[in-house]
Write a protein that binds this ligand. Structure first.
Ligand code: ASP
Ligand code: MG
Length: 420
């Protein structure tokens, strides 16, 4: 059994869906589970619908606008893909919108995370229904599977935790055939029939869960790039394709912020030594990148990762005392309490410096609290560069023309905080 995953970019328009068919015909689809994400940027559109729904504006105008945009996108998609206006997909899509409408009408809950999962999940339901119907119509027989009935989680909405035992049992029961199964990424279900989700960009993780439970031969993630490159081509020039990396190297790259592989994906695969391939949906016959047990990285070249919007905070005692373990522990409690993500740490006798990301906009509150006991200095809008397998030249190249605030080197990793 093989698992393929196609992300939102690969099915962002009708020609993407047509290309999906071509890819399957080119590489084969026997005994395969195909995981498909929401189309294009639909998850973001559904997030706006959630916000509008919870806004509770009297006329529901906001909600109606968002709803229309989403409905319009999908109707347009099926009108383009299916010549025959009587095709059953028109009714199926309508049914899904009726269900969604029903939820919007009946829902009284203001629990953001719960409401989010119930609404946003329609993006993957619509996407997989449409792709499944299109493939059937064009000679690729397949079975559509509601993954919420197989991947079972707790009710930690938007960040649900998988019940591996139950999920394994259910997946084995539901996916048996040597045929092609089409299912959703990102979404799952709790034991009370409610929809849950696994965290943004979680479809790679879904593919890994399915592969782990069914002991798949391998997982292939199809991307709009040739594979895992040694830097994000949107940020770095002359990037090079990595042919092979180890699970460990992939975890390191994901940890430092390389977004090509979702960090949670690797652990289940590594546990059962299931190879992961990352390849292009434009050139599916090219090898792409293989993530497997073995050499760290091939070719052995420096890899570059960039994180923007960093804040560097220096914290020192008001009376010039040493910063001791109890101070550091207290500082970390605050960082945790305000959900700041720590990307780099450095301490000296009288000051403690951290490079953080303020994803939830809590920075000002943190500074207020810290100011009670400490002297706090900070710089905003910095960039953190991480270079795995660095050389002197690569460090010089990154530093050129920039103001360097902190530089830290370990055996394989250089991290540099700069102002551009
Ligand atoms: N559709 C979801 C998202 O955009 C999951 C995924 O694409 O992996 O976050
Ligand atoms: Mg996506």
């Amino acid at each position: 059994m093989k698992v393929y995953k196609f992300g939102g970019t690969s099915v962002k328009d009708a020609s993407g869906v047509r290309n999906l068919k071509k890819v399957l015909q080119t590489i084969g689809y026997n005994d395969t589970v195909l995981v498909i994400s929401a189309m294009g940027k639909m998850t973001n559109a559904f997030e706006r619908l959630v916000a509008a729904h919870l806004l509770n504006d009297k006329e529901g105008i906001e909600e109606a606008i968002q709803y229309k945009e989403i409905e319009g996108f999908h109707l347009n998609m099926i009108k383009t893909l299916f010549d025959n206006g009587d095709h059953p997909i028109f009714e199926k899509v309508e049914d899904l919108f009726d269900d969604l409408n029903g939820f919007l009408f009946d829902n009284n809950s203001s629990d953001y995370d719960y409401v989010y999962d119930q609404i946003v999940s329609y993006a993957e339901l619509l996407s997989t229904k449409i792709c499944s119907a299109y493939l059937s119509e064009n000679g690729i027989k397949n079975k559509w599977l509601d993954i919420r009935k197989c991947i079972k989680t707790d009710d930690h909405f938007r960040q649900a935790n998988v019940d591996w035992k139950l999920t394994s049992r259910l997946l084995k029961r539901k996916i048996k055939s040597s045929a092609l199964t089409i299912t959703q990424g990102f979404i799952a279900g709790d034991n009370y029939g409610k929809t849950t989700t696994l965290g943004r960009e979680g479809s790679d993780y879904s593919a890994a869960i399915i592969a782990y439970c069914l002991e798949a031969e391998d997982v292939t993630v199809f991307k709009d790039v040739a594979g895992v490159l040694n830097g994000d081509p949107r940020e770095f020039k002359n990037t090079v394709l990595l042919h092979q990396i180890s699970y460990k190297e992939a975890v390191e790259l994901a940890f430092f912020g390389a977004s090509v592989i979702h960090p949670k994906t690797l652990q289940p695969l590594q546990k059962k030594k299931i190879p992961l391939r990352v390849k292009s949906f434009v050139n599916p016959l090219e090898k792409g990148t293989l993530v497997v047990n073995g050499v760290d990285i091939e070719p052995k070249i420096p890899c570059f990762i960039l994180k923007k919007d960093q804040i560097l905070i220096s914290i020192s005692d008001k009376d010039f005392h040493f910063i001791m373990e109890d101070d550091i522990s207290e500082i970390f409690d605050y960082l945790h309490q305000y959900s700041l993500k720590v990307n780099l740490i450095q301490n000296s006798a009288i000051s403690f410096t951290v490079c953080v990301e303020d994803i939830f906009n809590n920075f000002n509150d943190l500074v207020k609290d810290l100011n009670d006991r400490y002297k706090v200095l900070y710089n905003k809008n910095l960039t953190l560069y991480t270079i795995r397998h660095f050389t002197d030249e690569t460090i010089k190249k990154i530093e050129k023309g920039k103001k360097v605030f902190i530089k830290q080197l370990s055996r394989e990793t250089a991290q540099i905080v700069v102002q551009n």
